[in-house]
Design a binder for this molecule. Structure first.
Ligand SMILES: CC(C)(COP(=O)(O)OP(=O)(O)OC[C@H]1O[C@@H](n2cnc3c(N)ncnc32)[C@H](O)[C@@H]1OP(=O)(O)O)[C@@H](O)C(=O)NCCC(=O)NCCS
Length: 230
């Protein structure tokens, strides 16, 4: 059976190889196939998702709950997941119904892709391609984590994360964009332009007064003028 040009066997090989590339501890495809709970959970999800899309919601949930008991990983069958998802270690991972995950993402143990409880409809996050979510991180809400972004271990992300950036902390903040500290790109904490211009004018004024005083010390401006004495 071929899907999109690749046989089922080729797809399986591709998934196993993508895990081998990302896990230095993986010794062989056989090991990944039989022993990796993340691999098992994603395979179960693919079956459950087929039933979900064909409107057999009960069977879909039954498969996903059975996988949860066996692997400790709960992926709702309604989630949308691209190829090459690697859930490393896995225990405690929860992926919600309206979550979307791009290609080649890596997720570590105890990660939640969940809702805040405040949204309806689309309530869970969307991860772009090649996103890494560190152990224990919680990403909550219907926003996007951009391509190649990294979410640090233990972070609680409540807002959009731009592509190619790193988000850390609780609540998470972006600490790297393309490997650079974003302080130079900070669009929020910039100085007030009017206040900056007033300071500049004030300094110019002080300089002029001082010059006048040097040239004409008899002027009244110099005796009382605070600025002139600076
Ligand atoms: C975030 C992470 C991916 C590194 O990304 P990076 O883009 O290379 O970022 P850096 O290492 O340059 O760190 C950037 C800043 O975030 C801080 N930081 C890194 N990880 C952090 C974390 N988990 N929590 C809080 N701050 C963190 C760094 O101290 C650094 O601070 P600074 O700006 O004051 O120097 C990595 O630290 C991480 O958390 N990986 C998770 C891996 C994991 O879960 N492994 C489990 C295996 S079982």
């Amino acid at each position: 059976m071929r899907k999109g040009g690749l046989s089922v066997f080729d797809r399986l090989k591709e998934e196993l190889d993508s895990i081998m590339e990302r896990d230095p501890a993986a010794r062989s495809r056989l090991e990944v196939y039989f022993l990796y709970s993340g691999f098992k959970a994603v395979r179960s999800y693919r079956r459950a998702n087929w039933f979900y899309r064909h409107n057999h919601k009960f069977i879909a949930r039954w498969i996903s709950q059975r996988a949860r008991r066996r692997t400790g990983i709960e992926i709702h069958p309604g989630a949308t997941i691209g190829k090459g998802l690697f859930i490393d270690h896995g225990m405690g991972v929860v992926i919600g119904e309206t979550a979307e995950i791009g290609d080649n993402c890596t997720i570590y143990q105890c990660v939640t892709l969940g809702g805040t409880g405040k949204d309806h409809g689309k309530r869970h996050p969307t991860l772009g391609n090649n996103v890494m979510v560190g152990s224990g991180a919680k990403i909550l809400g219907p926003f996007t984590v951009g391509d190649n972004a990294r979410v640090a271990a233990g972070a609680v992300v409540l807002d959009e994360v731009p592509p190619n950036s790193t988000a850390v902390g609780v609540p998470a903040r972006v600490v790297r964009v393309n490997g650079q500290k974003p302080s130079s790109l900070d669009q929020i904490h910039v100085g007030d332009p009017v206040a900056l211009e007033l300071c500049r004018l004030n300094a110019e004024y002080d300089k002029l007064v001082k010059r006048m005083c040097d040239l004409h010390p008899e002027l009244r401006l110099c005796s009382g003028g605070e600025s002139a004495n600076k």
